[in-house]
Design a binder for this molecule. Structure first.
Ligand code: KG4
Ligand code: ZN
Length: 332
């Protein structure tokens, strides 16, 4: 049975993005307009500037995605849009735009949870996910572990008690004098460093169940830099910090897969773009006999395709919407 044509719109943080999903679940148009340069001077996303920028670009981004796909508005079966979690002003731009577009074209609009988008990003472009799996969602705002039995059936095993993994990458990048967002910079710098150079703490590795904590690690990096002063090799610090984050993420995720007896592991969100994280998960899953799914690099960080794809699944299987109210603190 042919599935629907769906337009996906994402504006929860600082990327304005849109994509078109065809009846087979493939991505036909995919446009992202980022704001890194705008926020770089502030070392983080400035919400007021982000929403203004979304407003300036959303129409053009959607039109470009539709043009790439070569489908007219009349051919769409639905419009999927991120309703949360995220920055309220940013979310409002995407949701208002989607609702107006749906009203003008008499197309249904369905709300999608941003975290659900990230979670299923490894399946973007393919027709169906394979259940069950353990999912690690690691982004700038979230670090959570789930057991997933079906789309919409999530059991939260644990989450970060303080900073998200991506947030820790961004803060450490700032300490090292690197640009924003910091994850990719730390990733690059760490290639020239020794991951065993500094023994940074692995918080809650043995205890704490499936919860995480990364703020102590960030503080340990700061103290180390202050103590060592000019003599310290920044590449070694970056590599050692990254190793500490990856150790904890890999260990807890594999422990969960073992305890909940699933054969498949998914890792997604912006931090899933990290080179060492991907290598370590690949090695650990191969040795322990788990099947690993990670998104293509482009679909790790925020994008419209993951939102469109979840909307496509929801429409195809009659699963309905997450609602159309903007929900900055929406959980999964
Ligand atoms: O998923 P995302 O685009 O936005 C949120 O929903 O939060 O994730 C952005 C986060 C940022 O913290 C960024 O530093 C991190 O993902 N990130 C990385 C890498 N690329 C992006 N962290 C580590 N290594 C990378 N290569
Ligand atoms: Zn995100």
């Amino acid at each position: 049975m042919a599935g629907p044509w769906v337009l996906g719109i994402e504006s929860s943080c600082d990327d304005t993005a849109a994509a078109v999903v065809d009846p087979d679940g493939r991505i036909q148009g995919d446009v992202i307009s980022g704001q890194d340069a705008l926020h770089a001077d502030y070392g983080g996303v400035v919400p007021e500037l982000a929403s203004r920028e979304h407003l300036a670009h959303v129409r053009q981004v959607v039109e470009q995605a539709m043009a790439q796909a070569g489908v007219p508005l009349s051919k769409l079966d639905g419009i999927a849009v991120t309703v949360g979690p995220g920055l309220i002003g940013s979310l409002l731009v995407g949701v208002s735009f989607a609702r107006a577009l749906g009203f003008a074209s008499s197309k249904p609009v369905i709300g999608v949870n941003h975290l659900e988008g990230h979670m299923f990003a490894p399946f973007v472009g393919s027709p169906e996910p394979e259940f069950p799996f353990v999912a690690l969602v690691v982004s700038g705002g979230h670090t959570s572990l789930y057991v997933v039995e079906a789309l919409g059936r999530y059991r939260v095993l644990g989450a970060t008690r303080d900073d998200a993994a991506g947030e820790a990458f961004d803060k450490v990048a700032k300490l090292l004098g690197l640009g924003y967002p910091g994850g990719a910079h730390v990733d690059r710098l760490a290639r020239d460093g020794n991951p065993g150079a500094v023994a940074f703490p692995r918080a809650m590795l043995a205890k704490g169940g499936y919860d995480f904590s990364f703020s102590g690690l960030k503080t340990a990096v700061r103290y180390h830099l202050e103590r060592a002063g000019a003599t310290v090799a920044h590449a070694d610090v970056a590599a050692s910090f990254q190793e500490a984050v990856v150790d904890v993420l890999v260990a807890k995720t594999l422990k969960a897969a073992n305890e909940y007896r699933v054969a498949r592991i998914l890792v997604s969100g912006g931090v899933a773009a990290n080179t060492v994280l991907r290598q370590r998960f690949e090695g650990a899953c191969r040795r322990a006999g788990y099947r690993l799914a990670v998104p293509a690099a482009r679909f790790c960080t925020d994008n419209g395709a993951m939102i469109g794809w979840v909307g496509w699944q929801r429409i195809k299987h009659g699963l309905g919407s997450t609602g159309l109210c903007v929900r900055p603190r929406l959980a999964l």
